[in-house]
Design a protein around this ligand. Structure first.
Ligand SMILES: Cc1ncc(COP(=O)(O)O)c(C=O)c1O
Length: 428
Protein backbone atom coordinates (compact mmCIF):
# COMPACT_ATOMS: atom_id res chain seq x y z
CA UNK A 1 0.00 0.00 0.00
CA UNK A 2 1.33 3.46 -0.87
CA UNK A 3 0.74 6.25 1.59
CA UNK A 4 1.77 9.90 1.46
CA UNK A 5 2.89 11.48 4.68
CA UNK A 6 3.99 15.00 5.68
CA UNK A 7 7.23 15.24 7.59
CA UNK A 8 6.98 18.42 9.69
CA UNK A 9 8.46 17.79 13.14
CA UNK A 10 9.20 14.10 12.59
CA UNK A 11 13.01 14.60 12.46
CA UNK A 12 13.01 15.09 16.20
CA UNK A 13 11.22 11.86 17.00
CA UNK A 14 14.36 9.69 17.28
CA UNK A 15 13.67 7.58 14.21
CA UNK A 16 16.48 5.70 12.54
CA UNK A 17 18.41 7.53 9.83
CA UNK A 18 16.59 5.65 7.12
CA UNK A 19 13.22 6.54 8.51
CA UNK A 20 14.11 10.22 8.95
CA UNK A 21 15.43 10.35 5.38
CA UNK A 22 12.24 8.72 4.22
CA UNK A 23 10.12 11.39 5.84
CA UNK A 24 11.90 14.57 4.57
CA UNK A 25 9.70 14.92 1.53
CA UNK A 26 6.18 14.08 0.65
CA UNK A 27 6.50 10.92 -1.39
CA UNK A 28 4.79 7.58 -1.80
CA UNK A 29 6.03 5.49 1.13
CA UNK A 30 6.35 1.72 1.13
CA UNK A 31 4.56 0.85 4.33
CA UNK A 32 6.17 -2.60 4.18
CA UNK A 33 9.19 -0.73 5.58
CA UNK A 34 7.49 -0.90 8.97
CA UNK A 35 7.05 -4.64 8.90
CA UNK A 36 9.54 -6.81 10.76
CA UNK A 37 11.61 -8.65 8.13
CA UNK A 38 10.56 -12.09 9.39
CA UNK A 39 6.93 -11.33 8.63
CA UNK A 40 7.64 -9.22 5.57
CA UNK A 41 9.55 -12.06 3.91
CA UNK A 42 7.33 -14.91 5.13
CA UNK A 43 5.08 -16.58 2.56
CA UNK A 44 1.37 -16.66 3.43
CA UNK A 45 -0.41 -19.93 4.12
CA UNK A 46 -0.73 -21.69 0.74
CA UNK A 47 -3.87 -23.41 1.97
CA UNK A 48 -5.62 -20.22 3.03
CA UNK A 49 -4.65 -18.72 -0.35
CA UNK A 50 -6.83 -21.38 -1.94
CA UNK A 51 -9.89 -20.27 0.04
CA UNK A 52 -10.81 -17.73 -2.59
CA UNK A 53 -11.58 -20.53 -5.05
CA UNK A 54 -13.56 -22.62 -2.58
CA UNK A 55 -16.62 -20.41 -2.89
CA UNK A 56 -16.80 -20.42 -6.68
CA UNK A 57 -20.18 -21.76 -7.84
CA UNK A 58 -20.36 -25.56 -7.90
CA UNK A 59 -16.77 -25.96 -6.70
CA UNK A 60 -16.09 -29.27 -4.93
CA UNK A 61 -13.24 -28.63 -2.53
CA UNK A 62 -11.03 -31.39 -1.22
CA UNK A 63 -8.56 -28.72 -0.16
CA UNK A 64 -9.55 -27.41 3.28
CA UNK A 65 -8.56 -29.19 6.46
CA UNK A 66 -11.83 -28.25 8.09
CA UNK A 67 -14.27 -30.45 9.94
CA UNK A 68 -17.76 -30.54 8.41
CA UNK A 69 -19.88 -27.78 10.05
CA UNK A 70 -22.95 -30.03 9.63
CA UNK A 71 -21.33 -32.47 12.06
CA UNK A 72 -20.73 -29.91 14.80
CA UNK A 73 -23.06 -30.09 17.73
CA UNK A 74 -24.24 -26.50 17.23
CA UNK A 75 -27.61 -26.95 18.89
CA UNK A 76 -26.15 -28.41 22.06
CA UNK A 77 -23.52 -25.67 22.32
CA UNK A 78 -26.14 -22.99 21.77
CA UNK A 79 -28.45 -24.57 24.35
CA UNK A 80 -25.62 -24.67 26.86
CA UNK A 81 -24.77 -21.01 26.43
CA UNK A 82 -28.38 -19.84 26.48
CA UNK A 83 -29.17 -22.06 29.45
CA UNK A 84 -26.31 -20.85 31.65
CA UNK A 85 -27.48 -19.33 34.93
CA UNK A 86 -27.23 -15.52 34.69
CA UNK A 87 -24.42 -15.36 37.26
CA UNK A 88 -22.31 -17.96 35.38
CA UNK A 89 -22.92 -16.13 32.12
CA UNK A 90 -21.88 -12.81 33.68
CA UNK A 91 -18.76 -14.49 35.13
CA UNK A 92 -17.93 -15.78 31.65
CA UNK A 93 -17.78 -12.22 30.34
CA UNK A 94 -14.95 -11.23 32.70
CA UNK A 95 -11.20 -11.47 32.19
CA UNK A 96 -9.93 -14.88 33.24
CA UNK A 97 -6.63 -16.44 34.31
CA UNK A 98 -4.01 -17.09 31.61
CA UNK A 99 -3.88 -20.83 32.32
CA UNK A 100 -7.62 -21.16 31.66
CA UNK A 101 -10.90 -21.61 33.51
CA UNK A 102 -10.75 -24.18 36.30
CA UNK A 103 -13.97 -25.86 35.13
CA UNK A 104 -12.55 -26.45 31.65
CA UNK A 105 -9.15 -27.56 32.90
CA UNK A 106 -10.87 -30.19 35.04
CA UNK A 107 -12.74 -31.49 32.00
CA UNK A 108 -9.62 -31.41 29.81
CA UNK A 109 -7.79 -33.43 32.47
CA UNK A 110 -10.55 -36.05 32.31
CA UNK A 111 -10.50 -36.05 28.51
CA UNK A 112 -6.71 -36.41 28.55
CA UNK A 113 -7.05 -39.36 30.96
CA UNK A 114 -9.28 -41.17 28.43
CA UNK A 115 -6.27 -40.96 26.08
CA UNK A 116 -3.94 -42.41 28.70
CA UNK A 117 -2.50 -38.97 29.55
CA UNK A 118 -2.48 -38.64 33.30
CA UNK A 119 -2.41 -35.02 34.39
CA UNK A 120 -3.64 -32.71 37.11
CA UNK A 121 -6.02 -29.99 35.96
CA UNK A 122 -3.58 -27.44 37.39
CA UNK A 123 -0.87 -28.73 35.02
CA UNK A 124 -2.92 -27.89 31.94
CA UNK A 125 -2.39 -24.72 29.94
CA UNK A 126 -5.55 -23.84 28.01
CA UNK A 127 -4.82 -22.46 24.55
CA UNK A 128 -6.68 -20.42 21.95
CA UNK A 129 -6.44 -23.44 19.63
CA UNK A 130 -3.48 -25.80 19.46
CA UNK A 131 -2.00 -23.53 16.78
CA UNK A 132 -1.30 -21.08 19.57
CA UNK A 133 0.59 -23.82 21.42
CA UNK A 134 2.90 -24.30 18.42
CA UNK A 135 3.47 -20.56 18.22
CA UNK A 136 4.09 -20.16 21.97
CA UNK A 137 6.60 -23.00 21.87
CA UNK A 138 8.35 -21.53 18.83
CA UNK A 139 8.68 -18.24 20.71
CA UNK A 140 9.67 -19.60 24.12
CA UNK A 141 11.80 -22.64 23.30
CA UNK A 142 13.67 -21.59 20.18
CA UNK A 143 16.51 -19.12 19.97
CA UNK A 144 17.55 -17.67 16.61
CA UNK A 145 19.43 -20.37 14.68
CA UNK A 146 18.20 -23.35 16.75
CA UNK A 147 17.32 -26.42 14.73
CA UNK A 148 13.90 -28.05 14.63
CA UNK A 149 13.44 -31.56 13.24
CA UNK A 150 10.19 -32.27 11.41
CA UNK A 151 8.83 -35.21 9.47
CA UNK A 152 8.37 -34.61 5.75
CA UNK A 153 5.67 -33.82 4.82
CA UNK A 154 4.24 -31.91 7.78
CA UNK A 155 1.77 -29.24 8.89
CA UNK A 156 2.67 -25.96 7.10
CA UNK A 157 1.54 -23.57 9.85
CA UNK A 158 4.03 -25.24 12.19
CA UNK A 159 6.78 -24.72 9.61
CA UNK A 160 5.79 -21.04 9.43
CA UNK A 161 5.88 -20.61 13.20
CA UNK A 162 9.36 -22.16 13.40
CA UNK A 163 10.65 -20.10 10.47
CA UNK A 164 9.33 -16.86 11.93
CA UNK A 165 11.07 -17.74 15.20
CA UNK A 166 14.33 -17.82 13.22
CA UNK A 167 14.82 -21.59 13.50
CA UNK A 168 16.56 -23.82 10.97
CA UNK A 169 14.32 -26.64 9.86
CA UNK A 170 15.69 -30.06 9.09
CA UNK A 171 13.20 -32.52 7.65
CA UNK A 172 13.37 -36.29 8.07
CA UNK A 173 11.75 -38.76 5.68
CA UNK A 174 8.54 -40.63 6.43
CA UNK A 175 7.01 -43.80 5.04
CA UNK A 176 3.52 -45.35 5.26
CA UNK A 177 3.95 -45.59 9.04
CA UNK A 178 5.06 -42.02 9.57
CA UNK A 179 8.48 -40.73 10.61
CA UNK A 180 11.34 -43.02 9.60
CA UNK A 181 13.76 -43.38 12.49
CA UNK A 182 16.80 -44.69 10.59
CA UNK A 183 18.47 -41.31 10.20
CA UNK A 184 17.16 -39.82 13.43
CA UNK A 185 20.13 -40.52 15.69
CA UNK A 186 22.58 -39.13 13.11
CA UNK A 187 20.39 -36.03 12.73
CA UNK A 188 20.30 -35.58 16.52
CA UNK A 189 24.09 -35.83 16.68
CA UNK A 190 24.76 -33.65 13.65
CA UNK A 191 22.15 -30.91 14.05
CA UNK A 192 21.70 -30.88 17.84
CA UNK A 193 18.03 -29.90 17.45
CA UNK A 194 16.22 -28.22 20.30
CA UNK A 195 12.86 -29.63 19.29
CA UNK A 196 11.22 -32.37 17.22
CA UNK A 197 7.74 -31.49 15.97
CA UNK A 198 5.51 -34.39 15.01
CA UNK A 199 1.84 -35.14 14.26
CA UNK A 200 2.07 -38.88 14.95
CA UNK A 201 -1.60 -39.82 14.82
CA UNK A 202 -3.60 -39.54 11.56
CA UNK A 203 -1.21 -36.73 10.68
CA UNK A 204 -1.78 -33.67 8.58
CA UNK A 205 -1.23 -34.05 5.63
CA UNK A 206 -0.61 -37.80 5.37
CA UNK A 207 -3.24 -39.35 7.65
CA UNK A 208 -0.49 -41.75 8.76
CA UNK A 209 0.04 -43.08 12.27
CA UNK A 210 3.35 -43.82 13.94
CA UNK A 211 3.42 -47.36 15.42
CA UNK A 212 4.07 -47.87 19.11
CA UNK A 213 7.65 -49.16 18.70
CA UNK A 214 8.63 -46.06 16.73
CA UNK A 215 6.96 -43.80 19.31
CA UNK A 216 8.99 -45.46 22.02
CA UNK A 217 12.25 -45.35 20.06
CA UNK A 218 11.71 -41.70 19.09
CA UNK A 219 11.17 -40.66 22.68
CA UNK A 220 14.16 -42.67 23.93
CA UNK A 221 16.44 -41.00 21.36
CA UNK A 222 15.05 -37.55 22.12
CA UNK A 223 15.79 -38.08 25.82
CA UNK A 224 19.30 -39.35 25.04
CA UNK A 225 20.10 -36.20 23.06
CA UNK A 226 18.14 -33.77 25.23
CA UNK A 227 15.63 -32.74 22.62
CA UNK A 228 12.01 -31.72 23.25
CA UNK A 229 9.36 -33.81 21.45
CA UNK A 230 6.30 -31.72 20.58
CA UNK A 231 3.41 -34.08 19.83
CA UNK A 232 0.59 -32.27 18.04
CA UNK A 233 -2.58 -34.37 18.26
CA UNK A 234 -5.74 -32.75 16.85
CA UNK A 235 -6.89 -35.91 15.01
CA UNK A 236 -6.22 -38.79 17.44
CA UNK A 237 -9.89 -39.25 18.39
CA UNK A 238 -11.00 -39.53 14.77
CA UNK A 239 -10.16 -43.22 14.23
CA UNK A 240 -12.44 -45.24 11.99
CA UNK A 241 -12.17 -48.90 12.98
CA UNK A 242 -9.26 -49.32 15.38
CA UNK A 243 -8.05 -46.93 18.08
CA UNK A 244 -4.48 -45.63 17.50
CA UNK A 245 -1.49 -46.52 19.71
CA UNK A 246 -1.02 -44.53 22.92
CA UNK A 247 0.20 -40.95 22.63
CA UNK A 248 3.96 -40.43 22.82
CA UNK A 249 3.35 -38.24 25.88
CA UNK A 250 1.77 -41.20 27.68
CA UNK A 251 5.03 -43.17 27.30
CA UNK A 252 7.05 -40.72 29.34
CA UNK A 253 6.75 -42.80 32.54
CA UNK A 254 8.45 -45.74 30.80
CA UNK A 255 11.69 -43.92 29.91
CA UNK A 256 13.89 -42.32 32.52
CA UNK A 257 14.09 -38.55 32.05
CA UNK A 258 11.33 -38.48 29.43
CA UNK A 259 9.00 -36.38 31.59
CA UNK A 260 11.32 -33.42 30.87
CA UNK A 261 11.30 -33.97 27.14
CA UNK A 262 7.70 -34.14 25.94
CA UNK A 263 4.93 -31.75 25.20
CA UNK A 264 1.41 -32.72 24.17
CA UNK A 265 -0.91 -30.39 22.26
CA UNK A 266 -4.61 -31.24 22.15
CA UNK A 267 -7.42 -29.45 20.31
CA UNK A 268 -11.21 -29.27 20.39
CA UNK A 269 -11.29 -27.91 16.83
CA UNK A 270 -11.78 -31.13 14.90
CA UNK A 271 -13.96 -32.92 17.44
CA UNK A 272 -16.16 -30.11 18.81
CA UNK A 273 -15.82 -26.88 16.76
CA UNK A 274 -12.85 -24.84 15.46
CA UNK A 275 -14.66 -21.55 16.14
CA UNK A 276 -14.37 -22.17 19.87
CA UNK A 277 -10.61 -21.69 19.42
CA UNK A 278 -9.71 -24.05 22.23
CA UNK A 279 -6.78 -26.35 22.70
CA UNK A 280 -4.51 -27.38 25.54
CA UNK A 281 -0.89 -28.06 26.38
CA UNK A 282 0.67 -30.63 28.69
CA UNK A 283 4.38 -30.57 29.40
CA UNK A 284 7.23 -29.71 31.77
CA UNK A 285 6.47 -26.92 34.23
CA UNK A 286 9.32 -24.65 33.08
CA UNK A 287 8.20 -24.73 29.47
CA UNK A 288 4.56 -24.19 30.41
CA UNK A 289 5.53 -21.26 32.61
CA UNK A 290 7.39 -19.64 29.70
CA UNK A 291 4.34 -20.22 27.51
CA UNK A 292 2.11 -18.59 30.13
CA UNK A 293 4.36 -15.50 30.05
CA UNK A 294 4.26 -15.44 26.25
CA UNK A 295 0.48 -15.86 26.28
CA UNK A 296 0.14 -12.93 28.67
CA UNK A 297 1.60 -10.66 25.99
CA UNK A 298 -0.47 -12.37 23.33
CA UNK A 299 -4.18 -12.82 24.10
CA UNK A 300 -3.95 -12.97 27.93
CA UNK A 301 -6.24 -15.99 27.95
CA UNK A 302 -8.52 -18.02 25.71
CA UNK A 303 -12.09 -16.71 25.40
CA UNK A 304 -13.76 -17.22 28.76
CA UNK A 305 -17.14 -17.57 27.10
CA UNK A 306 -16.13 -20.44 24.84
CA UNK A 307 -14.18 -22.07 27.68
CA UNK A 308 -17.33 -22.13 29.79
CA UNK A 309 -19.43 -23.48 26.90
CA UNK A 310 -16.85 -26.20 26.17
CA UNK A 311 -16.52 -27.10 29.87
CA UNK A 312 -20.28 -27.72 30.15
CA UNK A 313 -20.28 -29.59 26.83
CA UNK A 314 -17.60 -31.95 28.11
CA UNK A 315 -19.10 -32.20 31.60
CA UNK A 316 -22.40 -33.37 30.15
CA UNK A 317 -20.47 -36.02 28.22
CA UNK A 318 -21.80 -34.74 24.90
CA UNK A 319 -18.44 -35.27 23.21
CA UNK A 320 -18.54 -38.95 24.10
CA UNK A 321 -21.93 -39.15 22.37
CA UNK A 322 -20.68 -37.24 19.33
CA UNK A 323 -17.43 -39.11 18.65
CA UNK A 324 -18.96 -42.36 17.34
CA UNK A 325 -20.92 -40.32 14.78
CA UNK A 326 -17.83 -38.38 13.66
CA UNK A 327 -15.83 -41.60 13.32
CA UNK A 328 -18.58 -43.31 11.33
CA UNK A 329 -19.21 -40.40 8.95
CA UNK A 330 -15.57 -39.51 8.30
CA UNK A 331 -14.71 -43.22 8.01
CA UNK A 332 -17.40 -43.73 5.36
CA UNK A 333 -16.25 -40.63 3.47
CA UNK A 334 -12.61 -41.77 3.56
CA UNK A 335 -13.64 -45.15 2.12
CA UNK A 336 -15.77 -43.47 -0.58
CA UNK A 337 -12.95 -41.19 -1.66
CA UNK A 338 -10.52 -44.11 -1.81
CA UNK A 339 -13.00 -46.16 -3.92
CA UNK A 340 -13.66 -43.26 -6.28
CA UNK A 341 -9.95 -42.59 -6.78
CA UNK A 342 -9.27 -46.25 -7.48
CA UNK A 343 -12.15 -46.45 -9.91
CA UNK A 344 -11.59 -43.20 -11.81
CA UNK A 345 -7.85 -42.52 -11.56
CA UNK A 346 -6.65 -46.13 -11.43
CA UNK A 347 -2.90 -46.61 -11.73
CA UNK A 348 -2.15 -42.92 -12.21
CA UNK A 349 -2.54 -42.29 -8.48
CA UNK A 350 -0.96 -44.06 -5.50
CA UNK A 351 -2.18 -43.71 -1.92
CA UNK A 352 -2.96 -45.61 1.27
CA UNK A 353 -6.50 -45.58 2.53
CA UNK A 354 -6.53 -43.54 5.74
CA UNK A 355 -7.51 -45.25 9.00
CA UNK A 356 -8.49 -41.98 10.72
CA UNK A 357 -8.32 -38.18 10.58
CA UNK A 358 -9.47 -35.96 7.74
CA UNK A 359 -6.85 -36.47 5.00
CA UNK A 360 -5.76 -38.73 2.21
CA UNK A 361 -2.22 -38.23 0.90
CA UNK A 362 -1.51 -39.26 -2.66
CA UNK A 363 1.11 -39.24 -5.38
CA UNK A 364 0.55 -39.04 -9.11
CA UNK A 365 3.11 -40.26 -11.55
CA UNK A 366 4.79 -37.66 -13.75
CA UNK A 367 2.51 -34.72 -12.92
CA UNK A 368 3.36 -31.55 -11.03
CA UNK A 369 0.28 -31.19 -8.83
CA UNK A 370 0.62 -27.35 -8.66
CA UNK A 371 0.11 -27.31 -12.43
CA UNK A 372 -2.64 -29.91 -12.23
CA UNK A 373 -4.47 -27.73 -9.67
CA UNK A 374 -4.97 -24.93 -12.25
CA UNK A 375 -6.62 -27.41 -14.54
CA UNK A 376 -8.59 -28.97 -11.70
CA UNK A 377 -10.02 -25.58 -10.67
CA UNK A 378 -11.25 -25.15 -14.24
CA UNK A 379 -13.02 -28.50 -13.74
CA UNK A 380 -14.49 -27.23 -10.43
CA UNK A 381 -12.54 -29.43 -8.08
CA UNK A 382 -9.71 -28.52 -5.70
CA UNK A 383 -6.98 -30.13 -3.59
CA UNK A 384 -3.76 -28.92 -1.97
CA UNK A 385 -0.56 -29.54 -3.97
CA UNK A 386 1.94 -31.39 -1.79
CA UNK A 387 4.69 -28.74 -2.02
CA UNK A 388 3.00 -26.78 0.76
CA UNK A 389 3.85 -29.48 3.30
CA UNK A 390 7.60 -29.71 2.83
CA UNK A 391 10.40 -27.55 4.17
CA UNK A 392 12.97 -28.48 1.55
CA UNK A 393 13.26 -30.36 -0.81
CA UNK A 394 9.67 -30.93 -1.89
CA UNK A 395 7.91 -33.65 -3.85
CA UNK A 396 5.92 -31.89 -6.60
CA UNK A 397 3.97 -35.01 -7.56
CA UNK A 398 2.15 -35.26 -4.20
CA UNK A 399 -1.20 -33.86 -3.08
CA UNK A 400 -3.47 -33.74 -0.03
CA UNK A 401 -7.16 -34.51 -0.38
CA UNK A 402 -9.59 -33.90 2.46
CA UNK A 403 -12.74 -36.00 2.45
CA UNK A 404 -14.18 -34.30 5.53
CA UNK A 405 -16.47 -31.71 3.97
CA UNK A 406 -18.13 -33.63 1.12
CA UNK A 407 -20.77 -36.35 1.30
CA UNK A 408 -20.55 -39.55 -0.76
CA UNK A 409 -22.33 -38.28 -3.89
CA UNK A 410 -20.12 -35.16 -3.98
CA UNK A 411 -17.01 -37.29 -3.51
CA UNK A 412 -18.02 -39.34 -6.52
CA UNK A 413 -18.43 -36.19 -8.61
CA UNK A 414 -15.13 -34.84 -7.30
CA UNK A 415 -13.36 -38.06 -8.28
CA UNK A 416 -14.73 -37.86 -11.83
CA UNK A 417 -13.64 -34.22 -12.14
CA UNK A 418 -10.18 -35.07 -10.82
CA UNK A 419 -9.88 -37.80 -13.43
CA UNK A 420 -11.00 -35.50 -16.27
CA UNK A 421 -8.69 -32.68 -15.20
CA UNK A 422 -5.73 -35.04 -14.71
CA UNK A 423 -6.07 -36.51 -18.18
CA UNK A 424 -5.59 -33.05 -19.67
CA UNK A 425 -2.91 -31.84 -17.19
CA UNK A 426 0.60 -31.12 -18.44
CA UNK A 427 3.21 -33.73 -17.48
CA UNK A 428 6.28 -32.59 -15.48
C1 LIG B 1 -1.58 -30.67 12.71
C2 LIG B 1 -2.37 -29.48 13.14
N1 LIG B 1 -2.01 -28.84 14.26
C3 LIG B 1 -2.69 -27.78 14.70
C4 LIG B 1 -3.78 -27.30 14.01
C5 LIG B 1 -4.49 -26.08 14.52
O1 LIG B 1 -5.65 -26.47 15.23
P1 LIG B 1 -6.43 -25.47 16.17
O2 LIG B 1 -7.70 -25.16 15.49
O3 LIG B 1 -6.61 -26.24 17.45
O4 LIG B 1 -5.59 -24.26 16.39
C6 LIG B 1 -4.21 -27.94 12.84
C7 LIG B 1 -5.34 -27.42 12.08
O5 LIG B 1 -5.65 -27.77 10.97
C8 LIG B 1 -3.48 -29.06 12.40
O6 LIG B 1 -3.82 -29.74 11.29
Amino acid sequence: MNTSIRTAGLETCGWTEHAVASTRNTYPMQTSFFVNTRYRDAPGSPIRELNRFTHLPDMLSLAGGYPDPALMDAQALQRLLVGLPASDFAAALKYGGTEGEELLRLELAKLSATRGLRTMATDILTLSGSQQGIDLLARTVLNEGDTVLVEAPTYPAALSAFRIAGARIHQLPSDQQGLVLDGLEDALIQHRPKLIYIVPTFGNPTGRTLPLERRHALLALAVKYNCLVVEDDPYGELWFDVAPPPAIYSLRDRIRGAEHCCIYLGSLSKIVAPGLRLGWMLGPADVRRACVLAKQTDDMHASTLTQVAAAHYLRQELLALQLPRLRAVYGARAKSLACVLREHLGDSIAFDEPAGGLFLWARVRGVDTSHWLHNAIRHQVMFVPGNAFFAHPTDPCTLRLSFAGLHEEQLLQAGKRLARSLSSAEPV
